[in-house]
Design a protein around this ligand. Structure first.
Ligand code: UDP
Length: 161
């Protein structure tokens, strides 16, 4: 089949996961990170930050003209965000499934949004939605030197290397 044009091999696929300000205020950071750890993904970048209006506008460039954008901006800049880069086989698609539907009312139980949220404007977490999106967002949120290249000791048991 068609292979990605990216230089990252499949097992090295990376995605941006961010715990939004409601998730930080509600002390959900640990539980959210635990889900990615226990699934078998590898943490390669992690930081807490105050998101600027400029970063948010670039991150959500596809939503800038939406009527809800001003309230989305207020929400996302209202407090700290915990941004992470997770790596592993098919991590982008699997993370979207783990995070659940954008609207928590449609998110399955067992997903982060389905377990921890009730309203689309306070849906706790962000996950990149495509290979292109993930690469763009990781570059936007992290400097290259903030991403660690390390081998996890259980790698051969979670995925063919
Ligand atoms: N959002 C919102 N109201 C809407 C749609 C989206 O407040 O009607 C917010 C919500 O926080 C969502 C974010 O905008 O997570 C980005 O929307 P997108 O459609 O990209 O969904 P996601 O990729 O986060 O599932």
């Amino acid at each position: 089949g068609l292979r990605s044009k990216s230089s990252l091999p499949d097992v090295r696929e990376q995605t941006l996961i961010a715990v939004k300000p409601d998730g930080v205020h509600r002390r959900l950071v640990g539980q959210i990170m635990q889900r990615f750890e226990q699934r078998g993904f590898k943490l390669v970048g992690l930081k807490m930050l105050q998101v600027s209006e400029d970063l948010l506008a670039q991150h959500y460039c596809h939503l800038r003209t939406k009527p809800f954008y001003p309230s989305l901006q207020d929400y996302m800049t209202s407090g700290p965000v915990v941004a992470m880069v997770w790596e592993g086989h098919n991590v982008i698609q699997t993370s979207r499934i783990m995070v659940g539907h954008t609207n928590p009312a449609e998110a399955q139980a067992g997903t982060v949004r389905g377990d921890f949220s009730i309203h689309v404007s306070r849906n706790v977490v962000h996950a990149s939605d495509s290979r292109e999106g993930a690469e763009r967002e990781i570059q936007l949120w992290f400097q290259g030197k903030e991403l660690l290249n390390w081998e996890s000791c259980d790698q051969t048991f979670t995925c063919e290397p």
